[in-house]
Design a binder for this molecule. Sequence first.
Ligand SMILES: [Zn+2]
Length: 385
Amino acid sequence: MRYLCRMPKRHNRKKWWIIAGALWVLILLIRMMPLYKPAPSAPFSGPYWYNPYREVSTEGRWLRANFHAHSNAWGLFTNGRKNTVKDILSKYDSLGYDITGISDYQHITQTPATPYIPVYEHGYNILKTHQGSIGAHDVYHGDYILPQTRSQKQHILNKLKERTQVLVLHHPDWMGGYSPRDMRFLTGYDCFEVLNDFWNSEDLWDVALSSGKPAMIVGGDDAHNVFKQTDLARDLTLIYTVSDTVKPDDIYRALISGAAYGVEVTRMLSRASVVEKRRNLDSLPLLQSCKISNDSLIVTLTGKAGEFRFTGQDGKILKQVSDTVTGIHTAAYLLSQDDAYVRVKIAFSDSSHIYLNPVMRTVEKDMKPSMPASQKRWLFSIFDK
Ligand SMILES: [Zn+2]
C-alpha cells in the first residue's frame, strides 16, 4: 500500500521537471529568435520633393567607385590564387577608379588606398542574405545560417548599422536573399546594391521605394579574381564631390544623401581588356544635372543617350523619351500629384545603363525621407534591451 502511494508522487516530480525543462528550452528558443514588428510600409508623402542631385553642377566631378571586391587575404572563399590587395588596387587604378574598397567576408582588410575606406561583406547563411558595410568600425560575427525570418534579417541589419557608416543590402534579389515582402517591412539600411555582376535587383528596389524606404543605389563588381576580365568594371557607383581631396566622410555622406548613381556597363565589353574598359568608361556621358523646376524633373547628360525612362510608384513606367538615331542629352517629366517617387534610367546605344537615385516626396524641405525606426515586439524586448 505504501509503495502504491509513493509512485504518483515520483511521477509528479518527473512531470514537473519535464515541464520546467520544456519551458526553459522555449525561453532559449525565443531568446534566439528576434521578434520585430513589421516596419511601417507607405509611399513617400509630403508637400516637397527631395532631390538628391540638387547640388550637382559643373563645379564638381564624379568619382568612380567599387566597394565590392574580394581579395585572397581571407583565403577561404576566393578563387584567385594571386588576387592580392595590391593586385586589386592596381587593376582598379588602371581602370581610372578613384575609390576601391576591399570587401572580404567577415573581415575588414586594411589597404594602402587613398582614400582608405574600411569595408567588408557580412553573411555566411545558405541563401546569400548578405550585407555590405562601408565605413565599417568593426565586424559583427553573428548570423543565422538557415533561411532567415524577416525578424532575424532586421536584427542583423540593426547590429550592422551600429558598427558602420553606410549599410548596404548586397545583391538583394539573388537567390531570394531578400523577398518583396522583406523589402516592404525591413528598415534601417542606407543603400541597395541594385547592380551586381551576379544579379540585377532593379524590380526589388522599386518594392522598397514604393513602401517608403529611401534606399539609395550602389553598383558593385563583386569581383572574386581581378585576373578574370569578366570580374572587372561591370557595375560601378559614381559619387559626386566638389572637394579636391576626397575624405571618407564625404563619400559616406554622398552615398547616404543619394548624390551618386549606378552604372551598368554593356555586356559586350565583359571580356574586353583593361585598356578597352577604361576607354569605354572615359567616354561614357556623365550626369550633368538633375533639377526640379516648376514641377518638371529635368535630367541632362554631358553626352547623348538613346533613351530616358521615368519610373514611379510600384515600378510603373511613367514616360519614355527615346531617339536611337541621333540620340538625346536631356529629357523632362512633369511631376504629378500622384507621384510618390520618380527615378530615371538611361540607356546608351551600346546597352550600357545609368540608374539615377529617385526624387522622393518629403515632409520637410530638402530633407531626405527617413527610414522608419525598427520596433521590437514585447516578447523580444524583455530579453534584449
Ligand atoms: Zn555576397
